[in-house]
Design a protein around this ligand. Structure first.
Ligand code: SAH
Length: 357
């Protein structure tokens, strides 16, 4: 463990306390913050508006972490999967999903995942640890650097990350404190200056933690619903035995959010499990008093897992039924499957461990 303080773990507020602990006035925190996330800033000597003496105090006590030399895999469809090596040798993944008008980055919140969803490959590697705020934010910084370094002709979208989804490895609400700090850094004007509107946190349904997220941030919320009755949901998602559908939907109704906002419900379509006409009607009935939109995800099949994807026609019929009952329903087309970068396919650690075994 590095005994120095990694300043990228600190929100602006934390940084104020930190500079005060070094005997400095609070405005130094704003000065430092406005340098910390500028591309190419790696050491304190570059922070030219700080007194030399203070810069050397900082170098003695603190450092600025970053991810270097990511493993990079490019998909035929333009998606790019990044593997980042953490300081303790663990590996995490992020997926860049470029479109002409935006670059969405899917980031991880934990090493592995403890939730054990039976259809998800990440679940098979189990849980190792929470990510620090710096490890969450550095995924965004590193992919920003990658985009800036690409020749214009190679870019599908803008030369920066415009949208963030916490849909990579891990359950973000089980790492709530660090999640909230990372969101603060991502949205802080002197940090990465992104808007809350373009950040989405996805949860498998930790109902007891949702309120705090809504009170402390203004990001979009996505719920991995995937089933419309407790029996089916229990069998797919062990979390449902702790927070039933009724608990989860009540937490959604109680979720503190701005008037025009809507909760995004994600529904993975699994052939013969949750994709019938009746399931579609039940889905509409369940969500009837929640301002929401629905994303249908045809299942990405993974070797070793027993689930199948429904036919294209089944997906369209399911969508039509829910749509005709008054909902905005989208089908999320899968991307990055050829490099195992699609939803539920992030399990790099397991693959590389197996290779080394
Ligand atoms: N733990 C959080 C964040 C992960 S988001 C959550 O569960 O919401 C990843 C999304 O992909 C979740 O909705 C997950 O249920 C879904 N998913 C997992 N495996 C999948 C697969 N093989 N095909 C399609 N979606 C999958």
């Amino acid at each position: 463990m590095n005994p120095k303080t990694d300043l990228r773990n600190l929100t602006q507020e934390d940084l104020v306390c930190y500079v005060e602990s070094l005997g400095q006035p609070p405005f130094r925190a704003r000065q430092i913050m406005s340098w910390l996330y500028r591309p190419g800033i790696v050491e304190f000597s570059q922070m030219t508006d700080l007194a030399k003496k203070f810069r050397s105090i900082l170098s003695e006590n603190a450092y600025i972490s970053s991810f270097k030399d990511p493993l990079i895999q490019r998909s035929k469809d333009g998606c790019v999967k990044f593997g980042f090596l953490l300081s303790d040798g663990k590996l995490i993944e992020s997926v860049l999903i470029p479109e002409p008008d935006r670059n969405t980055l899917c980031i991880s919140s934990q090493v592995g995942c403890a939730m054990g969803c039976s259809f998800c490959l990440t679940a098979t590697i189990g849980f190792t640890r929470n990510l620090l705020p710096s490890e969450i934010v550095n995924q965004v910084c590193a992919v920003g650097d990658y985009l800036r370094e690409q020749p214009k002709s190679k870019l599908i979208g803008p030369a920066r990350v415009t949208n963030i989804v916490f849909m990579g490895m891990g359950e973000p609400l089980n790492n709530l404190e660090n999640l909230i700090k990372s969101i603060s850094i991502l949205t802080e004007q002197r940090g990465l200056d992104m808007t809350n509107r373009r950040i989405t946190v996805s949860t498998c349904g930790i109902a007891s933690k949702m309120k705090e997220l809504g009170e402390k941030t203004d990001v979009n919320l996505a719920i991995s619903l995937h089933a419309v009755d407790d029996d089916t949901r229990n069998s797919l998602m062990p979390v449902n035995t702790r927070y039933s559908l009724a608990d989860l939907l009540q937490a959604c109704r109680d979720y503190p959010m701005a008037k025009r906002k809507r909760i995004m419900f994600e529904y993975v379509l699994l052939k013969g499990v949750n994709d019938s006409d009746e399931n579609a009607r039940d889905l509409a009935r369940l969500l009837k008093d929640i301002p929401c939109k629905i994303n249908l995800l045809p299942y990405n099949e993974s070797p070793g897992l027993p689930f199948k994807s429904p036919s294209e026609n089944r997906v369209y019929v399911f969508q039509k039924i829910v749509r005709d009952l008054g909902y905005s329903v989208f089908i999320r087309t899968s991307r990055g499957e050829d490099i195992s970068a699609a939803c539920g396919q992030l399990a790099k650690q397991k693959l590389s461990e197996e290779r080394n075994a």
